[in-house]
Design a protein around this ligand. Structure first.
Ligand code: ACM
Length: 533
């Protein structure tokens, strides 16, 4: 029953972590996974590599978004304006011991081979380029990389008695490996045919190192790439597939799919919330999660060792905001992992969560104000009634197979999306960055309006259209334009929903709706229904 807290994107003090341990223990979370290293700052003292905390722990701007969209540079701790921090080894011992007294095991995460810009700025010889600010991935061809990682892990193992050591493993770009002479030599020497196998080579070696010291390797589901290390445990975040693949091959898994477990998502109607990275994960959806997929056998189910919620903190700069994102959703996860599914009751849990919010407030925490929750996008809670319902949609530009919603019928089935494009009800378009569909009304029809909803989620490269054209035709070939309008798209609204309509009087059999994303930003176009009245 885990919680992951990202202390790299924003650093949170030892005192704050201990305060969370009090609450986590009270609600029966028993693993605290600390995401200690990432591009935004290295957060743990390592005696052998002082630059990690003199330099790689400090950045030029406290505001992650400004820094990430700006220079992404690091500075020495003693330079004016340096922003960051880290836990000394004594701090770590204190946190680990405090957690132990509260029956919580702290699991450290040291990212490799990717998400390591901060290390490679301090020790550029460990990167393929050999220079700072060029690579995010360690050079796997360089033996010094292994010396470094093993030295770091040696100190980490002394501090953390946990059985599991998380080595990251997610989102390696691998591009530099393809041309780096050292990586290429390693691939040749080890008979590796793909860079995925180079990542797997690193994970296997690190696993041997950990196993020899009595520990188990835990990593994000990308550690499956190129072949899973023999004893590795997979933390499944890109959906459940990675966890299912792990347990069906006899490995352990911890389930933490983005759909149900990523607390950096909005927990209520986005317009009512502080900016989040995107998504929509209300309390009810966390509570509805079942970490044991229906497809698993009883034997495989035993290999699902737990479930976890994660709070990545790019958009979560303050301690109060962390608490706001954690509670009460973390309570739902604790119960999901603690209770047999048939014993769960949403009304019962919801009533207790309302009370828990009051209790948490009384104890000085800053939970989300559950009693004033707005809830789902109203359109998503009922079937849309309109003239095109059930009518055939001709795709002049294809939808993305990553976001098909209900496929060819999605835009005329009356099913509307909720506050996130990832809910399976929004259809996504990336090919040509445009929506272009024709609806066959089957007969000449008098129409008075045509409407589609669009969303913008800047952090996910989803944008409102820069232009929309709505037209009508009797034969499906010759169209008369009813409306053509261009829009100024800006990044000012991080998340926004807009209906774009034509209204008037027209007659025809075929209705065409075109929406084009702008050139400057590009990205995705999402809609959920073409409503004809
Ligand atoms: C992850 O969210 N990159 C594990």
């Amino acid at each position: 029953r885990g919680l992951m807290l990202d202390v790299s994107r924003h650093f949170f003090t030892k005192e704050f972590v201990k305060k969370q341990i009090d609450a986590l223990a009270f609600y029966k979370i028993n693993r605290l996974h600390l995401h200690l290293t990432d591009a935004a700052g290295w957060r743990i003292e390592i005696k052998k590599y002082p630059l990690l905390t003199e330099f790689a722990a400090w950045r030029t701007d406290a505001n992650w978004k400004k820094w990430w969209n700006g220079d992404r540079k690091y500075v020495r701790f003693d330079e004016p304006g340096a922003s960051g921090g880290y836990y000394t080894q004594d701090d770590i011992r204190e946190i680990v011991e405090y957690a132990r007294q509260h029956f919580i095991t702290v699991i450290p995460e040291i990212e490799m081979p990717a998400h390591s810009e901060e290390v490679l700025s301090a020790y550029p010889q460990l990167s393929c380029a050999g220079e700072p600010y060029k690579n995010a991935d360690f050079c796997v061809g360089n033996e010094e990389t292994f010396t470094f990682l093993e030295n770091v892990l040696t100190e980490v193992l002394e501090l953390f008695p946990s059985e599991y050591i998380h080595i990251g493993g997610d989102e390696a770009g691998m591009a530099a490996w393809k041309t780096c002479p050292k990586c290429q030599k390693r691939m040749k020497d080890e008979h590796l045919s793909h860079v995925d196998e180079l990542q797997s080579y690193l994970i296997h070696r690190i696993e041997k190192f950990l196993n020899a010291r009595g520990r188990r390797l835990l990593g994000w589901d990308e550690i499956l790439k190129g072949g899973l290390a023999p004893n590795a445990t997979v933390m499944s975040w890109r959906g459940e597939e990675g966890g299912i693949a792990a347990v069906t091959s006899g490995h352990r898994a911890v389930m933490t799919p983005g759909s149900h477990c990523y607390l950096d998502s909005y927990q209520d109607a986005p317009y009512s919330q502080p900016e989040a990275i995107g998504g929509y994960l209300p309390l009810k959806k966390v509570y509805a999660y079942n970490p044991v997929a229906a497809s698993l056998s009883a034997e495989q189910a035993k290999l699902v060792y737990g479930a976890q919620v994660n709070l990545f903190t790019e958009y979560v700069p303050t301690p109060e905001h962390v608490e706001y994102m954690l509670y009460p959703r973390t309570l739902a996860l604790a119960e999901v992992a603690w209770s047999a599914p048939e014993r769960k009751s949403w009304p019962d849990f919801h009533a207790r969560a309302l009370k828990a919010v009051l209790d948490l407030q009384a104890k000085g925490y800053h939970p989300f104000d559950l009693k004033n929750e707005i809830g789902s996008r109203p359109e998503s809670t009922k079937t849309a009634a309109h003239l095109a319902l059930g009518k055939k949609v001709i795709y002049n530009a294809p939808y993305s197979l990553h976001y098909p919603a209900q496929g060819n019928t999605a835009l005329t089935d009356g099913i509307r999306g909720d506050w996130t494009y990832g809910d399976g009800c929004w259809q996504g378009f990336i090919n040509g960055k445009r929506l272009d569909v024709t609806i066959d009304m089957e007969a000449e029809t008098s129409i008075h309006s045509v409407t589609a909803a669009f969303m913008q989620v800047v952090g996910a490269e989803v944008f409102l259209p820069a232009s929309v054209t709505i037209s009508i035709s009797d034969d499906g070939i010759n169209f008369t334009e009813l409306k053509h309008q261009t829009f100024e798209v800006t990044k000012e609204d991080p998340i926004k929903f807009t209906d774009i309509s034509w209204e008037g009087n027209a007659q025809g059999r075929y209705v065409r709706y075109q929406a084009q994303a702008g050139k400057e930003f590009g990205g995705w176009v999402f809609t959920d229904e073409i409503i004809v009245k």
